[in-house]
Design a protein around this ligand. Structure first.
Ligand SMILES: O=C(O)CCC(=O)C(=O)O
Ligand SMILES: [Fe+2]
Length: 379
């Protein structure tokens, strides 16, 4: 067994490193050693790692190379939201675009969404500054206790996923009951609060458009509390010395109702569309919107929660901020099943009812193992 020394500025850690000539390795101990550093993938990269450790190597059946990257053949939907307030005819056109994209892609980008570009830029900088601050300060938020409202760790599914992802994550639960200002990390607390307020407004607007796109009353999804819970999730994808061996994020669909994603200029997010991986172009000022599992469930499969992944990259870090509309952290007994108004004899319910908490717990325990959580709730 080989070891690498990792020095984080105050302590030297000894991390076991797999020699490829060894046929067996103790994965659990390697994961624990990595977890114990509390310095994430960034810590490994800062220590000057030149090879990807075994725990990160994707299983052979996961094609990590970008064999069929497609941007030209498919036009990734971009929806201009400016027109929704002009008049009913313009709003209807936007609703049609939202419906079409939600049914076919499960993903679209929005522009003229009302969040000023300096707020977007400041949010990217804030996310980066959290991860790049002194490790000793950052470590105080390192936890796997998901009852906490401010959490930093690397790979929420570290011990269950088949391969560890090349990314670190920090998140805050910002609605309905946000942490106090003092509980938020000082380095990014102003922008997290400001950005959350903007995202809540945009979220309300999107849920109204989505409800109309389903042929429901404008407030239907809001009345179901789809926009009630919000977590702001700041991902940090360090530069990777061997990007063909690992992934920034394994193939998965999201577990909430809706996700709003802000990404920097680097790219790497891909969406599975017609069985091909399609790049989601990093467009300055745009936000990526995707339908998540629970919206597919309540829409009875009309809207699609589509699988996506993030490639690792020699260039980095890549920063993204995903905002999840979900109340996974609230122990509510409210049941969600296919919306009655959408059902008929020809369109019977495809899913059983579940609580957000039950769904999210199943999703979290399963981890990003490449399979769909939604199937477990199918009738
Ligand atoms: O970083 C990205 O572009 C995507 C992140 C993502 O898929 C997620 O947080 O669920
Ligand atoms: Fe995702």
């Amino acid at each position: 067994m080989k070891y690498i020394n990792y020095y984080n500025g105050s302590t030297t850690y000894r991390i076991k490193k797999m020699d490829t000539s060894e046929s067996k390795y103790d994965r659990k101990s390697e994961l624990e050693a990595f977890d114990d550093t509390k310095a994430g993938v960034k810590g490994l990269v800062d220590a000057g790692l030149s090879k990807v450790p075994q725990i990160f190597i994707s299983p052979p059946n996961t094609s990590t190379n970008n064999s069929n990257p497609t941007t030209g053949q498919f036009i990734f939907p971009v929806i201009d939201l400016e027109a929704i307030n002009y008049n009913q005819i313009n709003r209807k056109k936007v609703v049609e675009e939202v419906r079409d994209a939600s049914e076919t892609w499960g993903f679209f980008q929005v522009i003229n969404h009302g969040i000023p570009s300096d707020v977007l830029e400041e949010m990217i900088r804030g996310a980066r500054s959290f991860h790049e601050q002194d490790t000793e300060i950052k470590k105080q938020w390192y936890t796997r206790e998901f009852t906490k409202k401010v959490v930093y760790n690397s790979n929420f599914d570290l011990y269950s996923a088949p391969a560890t992802n090349w990314r670190d994550t920090f998140f805050c639960i910002m609605a309905p009951n946000p942490p106090s200002f003092e509980e938020l990390p000082q380095i990014c607390r102003d922008i997290i609060v400001k950005y959350s307020e903007e995202v809540k407004k945009l979220g309300r607007c999107l849920f109204e458009l989505l409800a109309e796109a389903l042929g429901l009353n404008t407030s239907h999804l809001k009345d179901m509390d789809c926009d009630k819970g919000l977590s702001v999730v700041c991902h940090y994808y360090p530069a990777c010395p061997e990007p063909e061996l690992t992934l920034g994020a394994s193939k998965h669909a999201d577990d909430g109702f809706l996700t709003l994603l802000l990404q920097d200029h680097i790219g790497g997010l891909q969406v599975l569309h017609n069985n091909r991986w399609v790049n989601v172009p990093p467009t300055p000022g745009a936000l990526v919107v995707n339908i998540a599992d629970l919206l597919q469930l309540i829409s009875n499969d009309k809207f699609k929660s589509v699988e996506h992944r993030v490639l690792a990259n020699r260039v980095g870090p890549r920063i993204s901020v995903a905002c999840f509309f979900s109340t996974f952290f609230l122990p509510s007994s409210r049941l969600y099943g296919p919306i009655k108004e959408l059902l008929s004899e020809e369109n019977p319910p495809e899913y059983r009812e579940t609580t957000v908490h039950e769904y999210a717990t199943y999703f979290t325990v399963k981890g990003l193992d490449g399979t769909s959580a939604l199937q477990h709730f199918r009738r």
